[in-house]
Design a protein around this ligand. Sequence first.
Ligand code: BTN
Length: 242
Amino acid sequence: MRIVKLRTIDSTNDYLKSLVKKERLRQDTLVWTLEQTNGRGQMGTKWSSETGKNLTFSIFRKVQRVAIEEQFYVTMAASLAVKAVLQKLLIQNLSVKWPNDILSDKQKICGILIESVIKRSKLDAVILGVGLNVNQTDFGEVLRATSIKSITGVHFDLEEILNLLVEQFHFYVQLLSEGKLNKIKEDYEANLFRKDKPSTFLGRKGKFVGIIKGVTPLGKLILLEEDDILNEYDLKEVQLLF
Ligand code: BTN
């Protein structure tokens, strides 16, 4: 895999997107930076990270045999890969908050932003952006954020963790290429934050109680609600309050 290291850039996802346009990227490429001036999060949010303290990187990865309808499997695979690395580093009580925030207890340690490269109506590649809090310990006003150092007290070498992540991504993307979709979904669902527990959600009509039962293959959240009814929601439709 080609690795590009930049001191500063607007956003590693955007950088790769412009490379895709300019170069018709053929090779898997990883771009990491010590500082993003316009780091992006899910649903149009900003991603802030103290310069040089955390991992902010994106991987451009060609995908084969993954249909557009199966894109959510890439999200699940990426979440599981991050979780596996954090587990190796002995971070406690890890879970995946749907769709792809990695939590330790109730605190967010990693966010993932996945964007697709579509060619002739087929999923051609994915750009997988990862913001993993490593050595930052002060998160100011940001609620419920944590880092590897905040939890373990140990300062980590960023490159060492990056290498572990790349290894795990390869492992999980390989599972995808082998068509082991059910295994990925089962692992993902088994690690969902607040699965099988009554939780409060904010939906279009206000607050309601539901129990997370799993996800659909397209990535919708399945909730068991009053009168034993199962409903499916996409990201814009529902927010877990916790
Ligand atoms: C989220 O939780 O909202 C997703 C955060 C994703 C942040 C990463 S940092 C590297 C990559 N470049 C970006 O602009 N965003 C992602």
